[in-house]
Design a protein around this ligand. Structure first.
Ligand SMILES: C[S@@+](CC[C@H](N)C(=O)[O-])C[C@H]1O[C@@H](n2cnc3c(N)ncnc32)[C@H](O)[C@@H]1O
Length: 293
């Protein structure tokens, strides 16, 4: 959708008031920028917002908005009346959130697995192909942590196995497991948008009947042959008892989202329950893996 941006010159005394005016006139978003490039840090919760002395208040309107009406109203209430300092700009018609799509191409992981953007041609129709549109969720395969987990899944014999994907994001790991032969996958994520993206991707890959998705508050009790959790070191530490509980005896576990310097602590925590293998490193990220004792 094309947008029109209206910039109003302001100062610390009137910036908040102008922002309210722009919102009242129908702006979809209002932001402040410093006209002199003085940095101001993000206020902490509860802090009073500090404005620069020379501020520009910007209102974003959709292109069909009647800007003549907005301007004549603002001029009628502005202290400088018809000398009100403003600038109108037409913004390019770009789908900003989706611009990355042009740079997302099919990628191969391990021996058999391809992740293919759903809007592109499949390079090898005989391979194990996951058709993916991550939407607004994390997980395209371009991040080293996802790549480490995908390569690990490809290295396993998943035929008929059950899998838990903790922090499923776009569903990329769940779908890779299903396409590699898993019988059933449970995907868990704290973000409802991630569950939505996972479900849509499962439908896209004709796997929705084998993928069950849950918010953590609803997550079921289950013992899986394979558990993969690509979250971050902090949650992996805190959730260790929950994640371990999902791994069946002799089941396989992989953890990622962990930086090299954080790996040893997690090896120790999970090593109490699993025989851990040496970590695998890609860029500065690692994957821990092991087998439940
Ligand atoms: C790094 S992304 C991984 C996405 C995908 N599995 C992949 O490998 O690309 C981490 C995901 O974990 C989710 N997450 C973070 N903390 C979580 C928690 N405590 N419980 C469940 N999911 C969590 C986030 O919402 C996010 O979707």
């Amino acid at each position: 959708m094309p947008w029109i941006q209206l910039r109003l010159s302001a100062n610390e005394d009137n910036a908040e008031k102008y922002s309210e005016w722009l919102s009242a006139c129908g702006a979809q978003a209002v932001t402040f920028i410093d006209a002199q490039d003085t940095p101001i840090y993000e206020p902490l919760p509860g802090d009073e917002i500090v404005y620069w002395n020379n501020t520009v208040v910007m209102g974003l309107f959709d292109a069909s908005h009647d800007m003549d009406k907005v301007l004549s109203y603002l001029k009628s209430i502005h202290p400088d009346k018809s000398n009100m300092a403003y600038k109108l700009e037409q913004l390019e018609d770009k789908d900003w959130e989706r611009e990355w799509m042009d740079n997302f191409h099919p990628m191969k992981f391990g021996q058999r697995l391809w992740i293919c953007p759903s809007w592109r041609e499949v390079p090898d129709p005989d391979a194990v192909n996951v058709m993916l549109d991550p939407g607004l969720a994390f997980g395209t395969g371009t991040h080293p942590t996802t790549a480490l987990c995908l390569t690990w899944l490809d290295s396993l014999d998943l035929k008929g196995k059950t899998v838990v994907d903790f922090g499923c994001g776009s569903g990329i790991l769940s779908l890779a497991a299903l396409k590699l032969g898993a019988a059933k996958v449970i995907g868990i994520d704290i973000d409802p948008q991630a569950l939505q993206a996972s479900l849509e991707n499962a439908k896209r890959n004709d796997c929705a009947d084998r993928l069950a998705l849950f918010l953590p508050k609803d997550q079921p009790t289950f013992k899986a042959d394979v558990v993969v959790a690509n979250i971050l070191a902090g949650p992996l530490r805190e959730l260790a008892p929950v994640i371990i509980e999902y791994v069946a005896s002799k089941g396989k576990l992989a953890l990622s989202g962990v930086l090299e310097e954080q790996a040893q602590q997690l090896q120790t925590i999970y090593g109490e329950f699993c025989d851990m293998e040496p970590v695998t490193v890609q860029d500065e990220w690692v994957r821990l893996s092991g087998t439940r004792k």
